[in-house]
Design a protein around this ligand. Structure first.
Ligand code: PGA
Length: 252
């Protein structure tokens, strides 16, 4: 099964519009010859249309960091999937652990958001991961399975073609700690088996599963050498183009 590597940068709540555009322009130049790897940047909502414009007619994709699942209405402060799509995004992160931790995101709201994303033609990147306490209590597999099965509840086989999963152990995000090779290999293989059990072997084989959590130029090669790791979701190290390009070109 041919799964194109995806290296995605999550800029979180960093960069003003001007800073985002300047960074996007630099990245565009550096990525001119990148072909075998798909590159995506998820800037803030405000920078999204500006960054999408910089990436127009380039090989870099734009994504949002979240959406609200209602189509439209009196939901002050929220942004719909259609708005994101029309601003030039192709991808959207759903259920990032910071959203779960600080903004009350649940598997049920994640499920509604994935549905809204797909209905608007956005490709969802479903973010999952266990906390340190859950790992220590040996609950990792159960937590991850619930995040997938509840997050994807009610979907038919044909509806999830563009789904991407990002496994990000919560304790590895922004902490400088990373999961070790054995932990990542074990989890990614498990996640693919969960997709197969819930949907089909074809869907499981075709779904890209990214690793995230303190991915850096120094460790990307190691992660990408693991079976079932199809790319990375990068936070801190995506903010600086000289770091991010080294991650994108991990195989060069
Ligand atoms: P990090 O963030 O690379 O800074 O650990 C990853 C993420 O939150 O997606």
């Amino acid at each position: 099964m041919n799964r194109k590597v995806l290296i995605a940068g999550n800029w979180k709540m960093y960069k003003t519009g001007l800073e985002a555009v300047q960074t996007a322009k630099k990245l565009t130049v550096l990525c001119t010859n990148v072909e075998d790897t798909e590159v995506m940047i998820a800037p803030s909502y405000l920078s999204l249309p500006l960054v999408a414009q910089v990436f127009q007619n380039t090989n870099i994709k734009t994504g949002a960091q979240n959406l609200y699942f209602e189509k439209e209405g009196a939901f002050t402060g929220e942004i719909s999937a259609d708005m994101i799509k029309s601003a030039g995004a192709e991808y959207v992160l759903i259920g990032h652990s910071e959203r779960r931790q600080f903004f009350g995101e649940t598997n049920a709201s994640v499920c509604k958001k994935i549905k809204a994303a797909i209905q608007s033609g956005l490709k969802p990147i479903l973010c999952i991961g266990e906390t340190e306490i859950q790992r220590n209590e040996e609950k990792t597999f159960g937590v991850l399975e619930n995040q997938i099965s509840d997050g994807l509840k009610g979907f038919g086989l044909g509806e999830l073609g563009d789904l991407v999963i990002a496994y990000e152990p919560v304790w590895a995000i922004g902490s400088g700690k990373t999961a070790n090779i054995e932990q990542v290999a074990e989890v990614h293989q498990y996640l693919r088996s969960v997709l197969e059990k819930l949907f089909s072997k074809d869907l499981a084989d075709g779904t890209r599963i990214l690793y995230g959590g303190s991915v850096k130029p120094a460790n990307i090669k190691e992660f990408m050498s693991i079976d079932n790791v199809d790319g990375a979701l990068v936070g801190g190290a995506s903010l600086d183009v000289s770091n991010f390009i080294q991650i994108i070109q991990f195989g060069v």
